[in-house]
Structure formats: structure tokens, C-alpha cells
Design a protein around this ligand. Structure first.
Ligand SMILES: NC(=O)c1ccc[n+]([C@@H]2O[C@H](COP(=O)([O-])OP(=O)(O)OC[C@H]3O[C@@H](n4cnc5c(N)ncnc54)[C@H](O)[C@@H]3O)[C@@H](O)[C@H]2O)c1
Ligand SMILES: O=C(O)CC[C@@H](O)C(=O)O
Length: 525
């Protein structure tokens, strides 16, 4: 039974779902990185929010870890490249808290417009300062949206409902989508010049860090109000403080800070500054949503291989997973075979799917081929990290689908390119979904690829099989299965034998010494 650790405070629904699906679960929150390192090796899955930092060090200690699930959106607390290179899938729940976070942005916009926190504090101090708190209406004001993804588009929809005009800056927003959203797509400078309110909804990346820098804040309209419920670091906090102090910025609300938890900040106590402690996603509804979603996604993955919302691997539904499973086994075996047999540095690999296989999601199949292929070079490779390793090594990976059916109802062909040329193997699934090799370097052959195998290329001559059989007998090597193929009578023939034990170099040398043998190699599956 797979075992999951929930290491951040999460709605109890998550643990309930894990247990009901047959996944063992421990809820241990508030651990230091050292304490987490000491226990993480016991778990197949780690469910987190934003407190647990999944660093390279934690991943190094996580010897059994297969999946990290983030109940929420931002994964800046997870070292994704380190997880990918260790073959750990990282998933998030991209939609579960979007409405809640958008509502928080709208709430902060109202709070800024009417100075609600200050008016509340003053009134409760018995001051009744009716003349001090003159607000502004939102109606007819321009909202500048930086980032028009899931949350940004919900904010836009709500703002339009409030009769605001919305301008959006998002380099990935198409004109069509902008029209559909009812917003005007503009460049950043235009947004800065026109917006009465600016709200940020982008991830923190090299391009978005300090997108509201001192220089950009200076381009804003006097009296602008700024809201950040996305990520700390999008706004230059020191420049924001200067802008508030000078009166150029009429108000700012931050839910997120460069350093969190933000226990102190020069912004604290600044008039017209509102802060909340990263509460964007903190509603009962959103927390139940993300807890249910993360537990379901992680259980699917651990129990049936289904992949949803993974950031480092293509999606694979729980329904698709069983259908793809035999293909992935075939793909990995073909990749492994061609990886063991190819000589010279790999330059490219092409994966062709024919017949039934052409209708399938090809990404997982490609991941499996690459994992098998690269196992010849590194034994830490799996389907998750294989595409990254392939990219790192500059391998040119191509996927080809042929709708036509050939001799087989379903076929996968893997062709690798090295400096020595191209070599290709192909396989199919037989009746009971068993992977079977059907073509090796252009020669028809039918073989299971399993266990220890002896691969021999020889000149097709009478008596050869007898000589080889006698040699194997002499050496005490027991044959399991025996497969033969040849290009043409008297030409080049290949033999694939499964044998019961490992073959050492001395044994292979004796095979190579048999008359007519061109190549003899031990293969492992
Ligand atoms: N405060 C919270 O508790 C809370 C809760 C949920 C999400 N978030 C954060 O909110 C942010 C938005 O989440 P989302 O679900 O809408 O993400 P999303 O991926 O759906 O949208 C992000 C948008 O940002 C755009 N973008 C990327 N680079 C950009 C750039 N350089 N300039 C302008 N736009 C750019 C993208 O094109 C995309 O449309 C994320 O950072 C997320 O982590 C915060
Ligand atoms: O888990 C949280 O409270 C923060 C969530 C939010 O920052 C997110 O990225 O989903």
C-alpha cells in the first residue's frame, strides 16, 4: 500500500480521501527541514501547501518518493528541476482556489477604495472621523490587469460586473481571448499610464520579478492603487513605500511579500497600505477544493498511474492509464533494446505509432521509450525525468503517427540515429497485451524481451545453431526461449535467446569465437 505524508496544514478531506482510496497517510505538520529529511524516505507521496520547502536536499533523502502534490497553485516552494531529475512527479491543483483568490483581490480593491481597515480601526477607537475617510468609486474606473490567466480572468469578469473598464497586459493573451473576456489588450506602459487600479496575477519568473519596479511605478497615474495577491517579488517593496509616502500612489494592498512570513516590513504602518498574510486562497471552499483535488490526483497516480496537472510530465487520465500500460511496457522494452544495441553517441530518436497505437496519447509512450533508451547510460532514469535528460543531452526526439494499419493491428517502431547511421526496432502487443518484438534492424523476428538475453548476429550457414547449442550446453547455460530471423537465405541472421543466468565476458568471447559470428552481446530487460 503506498504511503503519503501530508506535511502542511490541509483540510481533513485530503486524509479522508487517501484512506478511502487505499493509500496510507500520515499528517505530520510543522517539521523543520532536518526533521523532514529524517522521515521523508518512508513515503511514496508528499502532499504540501506553501510551508514545506521541497528542496534538492529533501529530494535527495526521499528515496521512495514518486509524487509531490501541491494543494494550491504556486510551486515556488518545490525545486522542480531537482524533482524531475530524480523522476518525481510534481502536481498542483490549478483551479481549486482561483475564484477565492480573485475574490480576495476584489475585496482588497474595495478596501483600498474606501480605506476600510483604517476607518474600522479609527471607529473602534471611538474617533468617528467621518471627514477623514473620503473614498473613490470603482464604477467607470480603469482596472489594469497584469496577468490574464485563471485568476486574472475571473478578476476581470468581476470588475466588468462592477462597471469598471479593464485593460490587460499579458504577452500570452491573444486578441481573440481578450475580446472574449471583454478586456482591452495593451502593452505594459499603456496599462501603467491608464490604470486607476492595478492588480497582479502572474507567476514570479525572471520576466515578472519587479514588474512594478521603481521605474515602472513612476510611469503610473498619480493616485493609482495597487493590489498584489499573486507572488511576493512582483512589486518592488521599497519603491512602493516611497510612492505611498510621496502620495503618488494612493494606496496599496499586498497579500504576498518578498520574504514570507513577513513579520516586519518598512511598509507596515504606512498610511493607505493594507496587508494580509498570504490569505488569497484561504476560504473553506477553496481549501476543501484543493485538498480533495490533490488527494484524488495523488491517489490516481500512486494506485493506477493516472497523471493530472503534473508540471513535469504529460497528463494521463486514470481511464487512459490501464490502456496505455502495456504500450508503455512495450515502449520501454523497445527503447531499452535499441539503447543497448546502438553504437556511438545518440543524436536522435523517432517513435512511430501505427494502427491502434496511433490513436493513443503519445507523450507517455515517448517518455517510456526514452526511459528505456537512456537506461543504458544511467539507471536513475524513469518516464518523468527521461524527456528532461534527453533534452539536456540535445537528443532530437520525434513522434510520428501512421493511421494506416500494417501487418499488425498495432505497432510501435523506435529508430535511433547515431553518427553510424539509423537503427530501428519494432514491436506489437499480442492477444493478452503482451509486448512482443517483431522487427530488429529490418529483420523479421518474434521475441519476448525479458530477463537475460543473448543477441547474436551471424552468417546464415548450416550447422551454426547446433554449434551454438552445444557451446551453451557445455558452459551450463540454460536456454529459456529461442528466436531466429534472417534477412535472406545465406545472408545475415540474428538469434535472440533468453537464458537463465547472467553471461560473463569470457562466455561471450567464446560465442564470438564461433565460426560465422559477427556480433554477440548480452542484453538485460
Ligand atoms: N495569494 C494567494 O494565496 C494565491 C492563490 C492562488 C494563486 N496565487 C498566485 O496567483 C498567480 C496567478 O495564478 P493563476 O492561476 O491565474 O495562474 P495562470 O497561470 O492561470 O495565469 C498566469 C498568467 O500570467 C501571465 N504571464 C506570464 N508571464 C507574464 C509576464 N511577463 N507579463 C504579464 N503576464 C504574464 C500568463 O500568460 C498567464 O496568463 C500565481 O502566481 C499563483 O501562484 C496566489
Ligand atoms: O496554500 C496557500 O494558502 C497559498 C496558496 C497560493 O499561494 C497558491 O499558489 O495556490
Amino acid at each position: 500500500m503506498p504511503k503519503v505524508l501530508i506535511s502542511d496544514k490541509m483540510d481533513p478531506k485530503a486524509a479522508e480521501i487517501f484512506r478511502s482510496r487505499g493509500v496510507e497517510v500520515d499528517e505530520i505538520t510543522g517539521k523543520t527541514p532536518e526533521e523532514l529529511k529524517a522521515i521523508i524516505g518512508n513515503y511514496d507521496g508528499l502532499a504540501i501547501r506553501s510551508s514545506t520547502k521541497v528542496t534538492q536536499e529533501i529530494l535527495d533523502a526521499a528515496t521512495n518518493l514518486k509524487v509531490v502534490g501541491r494543494a494550491g497553485i504556486g510551486v515556488d516552494n518545490v525545486d522542480i528541476p531537482a524533482a524531475s531529475s530524480r523522476g518525481v512527479v510534481v502536481m498542483n491543483t490549478p483551479f481549486g482556489n482561483s475564484i477565492t483568490t480573485a475574490e480576495h483581490a476584489i475585496a482588497l480593491m474595495f478596501a483600498l477604495a474606501r480605506q476600510l481597515p483604517e476607518a474600522d480601526a479609527s471607529t473602534q477607537q471611538g474617533k468617528w472621523e467621518k471627514n477623514r475617510f473620503m473614498g473613490v468609486e470603482l464604477t467607470a474606473k480603469t482596472l489594469g490587469l497584469i496577468g490574464a490567466g485563471n485568476i486574472g480572468s475571473i478578476v476581470a469578469e468581476r470588475a466588468l460586473g462592477l462597471r469598471m473598464k479593464v485593460v490587460a497586459y499579458d504577452p500570452f493573451l491573444t486578441e481573440e481571448r481578450a475580446i472574449e473576456m471583454g478586456v482591452e489588450k495593451v502593452d505594459l506602459d499603456t496599462l501603467l499610464a491608464r490604470a486607476d487600479f492595478i492588480t497582479l496575477h502572474t507567476p514570479l519568473t525572471d520576466q515578472t520579478r519587479n514588474i512594478l519596479s521603481k521605474e515602472n511605478l513612476a510611469k503610473t497615474k498619480k493616485g493609482v492603487r495597487i493590489i498584489n495577491c499573486a507572488r511576493g517579488g512582483l512589486v518592488d517593496e521599497a519603491a512602493l513605500k516611497e510612492g505611498l509616502d510621496s502620495g503618488h500612489i494612493a494606496g496599496a494592498a499586498l497579500d504576498v511579500f518578498v520574504t514570507e512570513p513577513a513579520k516586519e516590513s518598512p511598509l507596515f504602518g504606512t498610511p493607505n497600505f493594507i496587508s494580509t498574510p498570504h490569505l488569497g486562497a484561504s476560504t473553506t471552499e477553496a481549501q476543501v477544493n484543493v485538498a480533495i483535488q490533490v488527494a484524488e490526483q495523488m491517489s490516481d497516480f500512486l494506485l493506477s498511474g493516472g497523471v493530472t496537472n503534473a508540471l513535469n510530465m504529460p497528463s494521463l487520465s486514470a481511464e487512459e492509464a490501464p490502456r496505455l500500460k502495456p504500450y508503455m511496457a512495450l515502449a520501454e522494452k523497445l527503447g531499452s533494446l535499441v539503447g543497448q544495441l546502438a553504437h556511438g553517441a545518440l543524436q536522435g530518436v523517432s517513435i512511430e505509432a501505427e494502427g491502434d497505437a496511433a490513436a493513443l496519447n503519445q507523450k507517455p509512450i515517448t517518455g517510456a521509450v526514452l526511459a528505456g533508451l537512456m537506461r543504458a547510460y544511467t539507471d536513475t532514469v524513469n518516464m518523468v525525468n527521461a524527456p528532461f535528460l534527453a533534452k539536456e543531452r540535445g537528443l532530437d526526439v520525434r513522434e510520428v503517427r501512421h493511421d494506416r494499419e500494417g501487418d499488425y493491428h498495432t505497432l510501435l517502431r523506435v529508430t535511433v540515429r547515431t553518427r553510424d547511421g539509423e537503427r530501428s526496432v519494432a514491436g506489437t502487443l499480442f492477444g493478452d497485451n503482451k509486448p512482443r518484438l517483431v522487427e530488429l534492424f529490418g529483420i523479421q523476428v518474434e521475441a519476448d524481451l525479458a530477463g537475460h538475453m543473448l543477441y547474436v548476429v551471424n552468417a546464415d550457414q548450416p550447422g551454426f545453431i547446433g554449434r551454438l547449442g552445444s557451446l551453451l550446453g557445455e558452459k551450463g547455460v540454460n536456454i529459456g526461449t529461442f528466436h531466429l530471423g534472417r534477412r535472406e537465405a545465406g545472408g545475415e541472421a540474428i538469434l535472440l535467446l533468453s537464458v537463465d543466468g547472467e553471461m560473463d565476458k569470457a562466455f561471450l568471447d567464446t560465442v564470438r569465437a564461433l565460426p560465422g559470428v559477427k556480433t554477440a552481446m548480452a542484453l538485460e530487460f
